[in-house]
Design a protein around this ligand. Structure first.
Ligand SMILES: Cc1cc2nc3c(=O)[nH]c(=O)nc-3n(C[C@H](O)[C@H](O)[C@H](O)COP(=O)(O)O)c2cc1C
Length: 433
């Protein structure tokens, strides 16, 4: 089972452990010739790392993206792209005291039960660092999203609720309610002082989404978004539109009635039957309080002995600001998939832009081939000169020409045209020999 791949339209496979040499992603099926958005990807990664926002851990993680393959002179080559971030902030000694115990709230216990191997250094593959790969991969689907706008902000952190939305109010916590921001900060400071942590609820509002995205029955848009969001560590629940409150409504209240100008409400959250309605797509997900806390807790060792321990080290009071960029990345990947499938259904790939892209690529390939041919013919010239071999081999040329005409005929190309091109190429080569 390819459980580390997000593999529908885009072939994305992520790899690496929190305290291994690197975290990375291999992305296949990317068109050649696309400007590689290195700066945008780096910016997105910077927003995910700890130490840059209030109430996240003071750990310094540089998270510098390195391209290992698939990009040449700033453009995608069409070959697999491999991106890595080397893990530089190795402090495995921080985890020495955790070597034989299962941290409450973490995946240590279940990973050990499943794999019988215990990477105690920062959670291994269950670490938040795993999400670097997702954020990096999502940078490559931007051009499919056009003007789709993904807003992602907390509506609850701990016991604080955002009620007054002011999208211009910007801060480290992505909090949109000016009226209680100070209260929220005071609350978080006191939680931090106690060595404890909080979780919260994040709301997502996606604007300018066309109707028709999502592929029933197993690739419904809400199903795929739910899977993508729930695959993020520490996310424990998701609801679309009116969500769990639908249990309190009557059909008459829950239905989104339709007028000739469109829907009259949006209790469904912009999805019906797994397909986008064209309204704003709205959902909320819940993030549990950060598992690592500086408070004494009970657990067991690998041998099953009960112990009491305290998690030392640098901890996040609230990981919501670090989850938001990851959630956005997962949403982008799901939407890009849905958009790509919809384009296939609607034959939208057969538009002028795509034809032009394809023909430009072929022209580029012809140039590269001519350049390589020139290099080779110079080498052949040198070789023949050193070995005193006659430069021009008329018999070979005649044979080649015969074969070319035969191939041209098979492919329904004008044989004289092909012969003329070839003669011009040969004449050019001879200048270099
Ligand atoms: C971006 C990101 C950063 C995270 N950082 C931390 C962290 O610093 N401390 C922590 O205890 N958990 C952190 N987590 C959550 C754990 O990875 C997660 O709770 C743990 O693996 C158990 O998985 P579960 O909560 O999904 O069951 C982070 C998750 C993400 C996505």
């Amino acid at each position: 089972m390819k459980s580390n791949s997000f593999d529908r339209y885009f072939g994305i496979t992520t790899f690496g452990e929190s305290h291994g040499p690197a975290i990375g992603v291999v992305i296949e099926d990317v068109k050649p010739g696309i400007e590689f958005p290195l700066n945008e990807i780096q910016k997105a990664l910077d927003s995910r790392k700890p130490g840059t926002r209030q109430f996240t851990s003071s750990r310094k993680e540089e998270d510098k993206i390195v391209i290992l393959s698939g990009v040449f002179e700033g453009k995608t080559t069409g070959m697999p792209i491999c991106l890595v971030v080397y893990n530089k902030n190795h402090r495995s000694e921080d985890y020495e005291h955790l070597k034989n115990l299962f941290r409450p709230g973490h995946a240590d216990y279940t990973y050990f039960k499943k794999f019988k191997i215990f990477d105690y250094r920062g959670g291994g593959r269950a670490s938040g660092r795993e999400t670097i790969s997702r954020v990096a991969a999502s940078g490559l689907v931007e051009d499919l999203l056009h003007d789709i706008n993904i807003n992602c902000y907390p509506v609850q952190i701990g016991k604080n609720f955002a009620k007054n939305y002011d999208l211009n109010f910007q801060n480290d916590l992505y909090w949109h309610d000016k009226t209680n921001f100070e209260e929220l900060q005071d609350d978080l400071v006191s939680i931090q002082k106690r060595g404890d942590s909080v979780g919260g609820i994040v709301e997502v509002k996606i604007e300018n989404l066309p109707a028709g995205l999502g592929d029933p029955v197993f690739e419904k848009l809400d199903a795929n978004l739910a899977k993508a969001i729930l695959s993020i560590g520490s996310v424990k629940g998701i609801e679309f539109g009116e969500g769990f409150n639908l249990a309190n409504l009557k059909g008459n209240e829950a239905n989104d009635q339709i007028s000739k100008n469109g829907f009259l409400s949006n209790h469904s959250g912009g999805i019906l039957g797994g397909i986008s309605t064209g309204q704003n797509l709205i959902f909320r997900f819940v993030i549990k309080p950060t598992s690592s806390i500086n408070i004494q807790q009970r657990t067991i060792t690998k041998k099953g002995e009960e112990i009491s321990f305290i998690s030392k080290g640098r901890h996040d009071t609230c990981i919501i600001p670090r989850i938001i960029p990851v959630a956005k990345a997962m949403i982008k990947l799901v939407l890009a998939d849905a958009i790509s499938y919809q384009k296939l259904i609607e034959n939208q790939y057969l538009n002028l832009l795509d034809y032009r892209e394809a023909i430009d690529k072929i022209d580029g390939d012809i140039l590269i081939a001519l350049y390589r041919r020139k290099e080779l013919s110079e080498l052949i010239g040198k070789f023949k000169e050193e070995k005193n071999i006659e430069i021009v081999d008329y018999e070979r040329e005649k044979e080649l020409l015969k074969n070319l005409r035969k191939k041209a005929k098979t492919w329904k190309l004008d044989e004289d045209f092909i012969e003329n091109i070839w003669k011009m190429i040969i004449a050019e080569s001879k200048k270099n020999q």
